[in-house]
Design a protein around this ligand. Structure first.
Ligand code: NAD
Ligand code: TYD
Length: 344
């Protein structure tokens, strides 16, 4: 039996948070979950659709509002896992304000409320992007004590959040663990992110916008593998510790697109180079040795099996995709990509 029984998750209606909710309900039969989410454009009640479980309680609220957090966070909570964030680099380039409010202020509000309510452990979900960009064609990897060098407003806001978590541990003795992961893919990822955007455009025979020369490298991991790593860190991670999570799966963006198009049987001519992202990080690559050795974590999916599962899910869930790609998404898409690369 896990000693983590009463669990407070923020951002649990998003892509990774909702996968984590599913994992906990399956793996910890005695846990009680509060899922606290503001339901921004990225938070999607459809992601929780079939989770009618008496152990899962959804509360709509904003992590930057301490009154709302304190209203939902009960004494006796064993662990708070903070997934809630503004999470898309391109949006942070267009406007950083919400990123600072949610990712920085929101994290501090959660830390303060956690202390006030006597929460036993605080898990911060972070990203490889706080460590900036690695040179390509090198054997350099991000390790836990690589220096911070965030290059986008998103990455800077997540780095600031990590600093606040570290400070709460050091100054107030709060039991904290930080997990940092590379690029996730899998079911229910909002199609502003590269992989589901490429996949859904390909499925609709629409051009796939690839920034710059398409040779940027990302270290891809299937979302459930990430969630299992978080669960291990939550239960057994060292207090004050940081764990890098990655599946040793570096891929250039053009290769990601080719894999998708080839698997779907669509022409490679759908790949369309567009103007590069300002400040575009060249390469991310995690060294996961610490979590492998200390917590005995291993990914279960290969790139091939993870992609198959992901493609299958999107093919089977046309309604989910249709709903996420309607309304405000079309406005965002036009603004980001112009009339040239339509998504209809
Ligand atoms: P997402 O954008 O899909 O979901 C974010 C969720 O947070 C949404 O449900 C949204 O409604 C909620 N939210 C946003 N602002 C809020 C606020 N002020 N109060 C309460 N809820 C709010 O993001 P994701 O891809 O699932 O990422 C989850 C976490 O993992 C983030 O912290 C992100 O930085 C981190 N992360 C993501 C990746 C990735 O590849 N997606 C990789 C590493 C780390
Ligand atoms: P993204 O999913 O935005 O994640 P991140 O920037 O946080 O790694 O992008 C993944 C990679 O794909 C990144 O190198 C940028 C690139 N990309 C494109 O080439 N075209 C696109 O339309 C998007 C959204 C991203």
């Amino acid at each position: 039996m896990s000693f983590m029984r009463k669990i407070f998750i923020t951002g649990g209606a998003g892509f990774i948070g909702s996968a984590f909710v599913r994992l906990l309900l399956a793996e910890l039969p005695d846990c009680e979950l509060t899922n606290f989410d503001a339901l921004t454009y990225a938070g999607n009640p459809d992601n929780l659709e079939e989770l009618h479980n008496e152990r899962h309680h959804f509360i709509q609220g904003d992590i930057a509002d301490s009154r709302e957090v304190l209203g939902a966070l009960e004494e006796g909570t064993d662990v708070l896992v903070n997934f809630a964030a503004e999470s898309h680099v391109d949006r942070s380039i267009a406007s950083a304000k919400e990123f600072i409010r949610t990712n920085v202020l929101g994290t501090q509000v959660l830390l303060d409320c956690a202390r006030q309510r006597g929460v036993r452990r605080f898990i911060q979900i972070s990203t490889d992007e706080v460590m900036g960009s690695l040179p390509e064609d090198s054997t350099a990897y991000f390790v836990e004590d690589s220096p911070f060098a965030p290059n986008s407003p998103y990455a800077a806001s997540k780095a600031a959040a990590e600093h606040l978590v570290r400070a709460a541990h050091h100054t107030f003795g709060l039991d904290t663990v930080i997990t940092r992961c590379g690029n996730n893919y899998g079911p229910r990822q909002f199609p502003e992110k590269f992989l589901p955007l490429a996949l859904s455009n390909a499925m609709n025979d629409q051009p796939i916008p690839v920034y710059g020369d398409g040779r940027n490298v990302r270290d891809w991991i299937y979302v459930d593998d990430h969630c299992r790593a978080i669960l291990l860190a939550m239960e057994n991670g060292r207090s004050g510790g940081t764990y890098n999570i990655g599946a040793r799966n570096e891929q250039q963006n053009i290769d990601v697109v080719h894999s998708l198009l080839d698997t779907l049987g669509k022409p490679r001519s759908l790949l369309s180079f567009v103007q590069d992202r300002p400040g575009h990080d060249r390469r991310y690559a995690m060294d996961p040795t610490l979590i492998e050795t200390e917590l005995n974590w291993r990914p279960r999916e290969t790139w091939e099996s993870g992609l198959q599962k992901t493609i299958h899910w999107y093919q089977e869930n046309g309604r989910w995709l249709e709903r996420t790609r309607s309304g405000a998404y079309q406005d965002y898409y036009r603004q980001q990509y112009g009339a040239e690369i339509q998504a209809t």
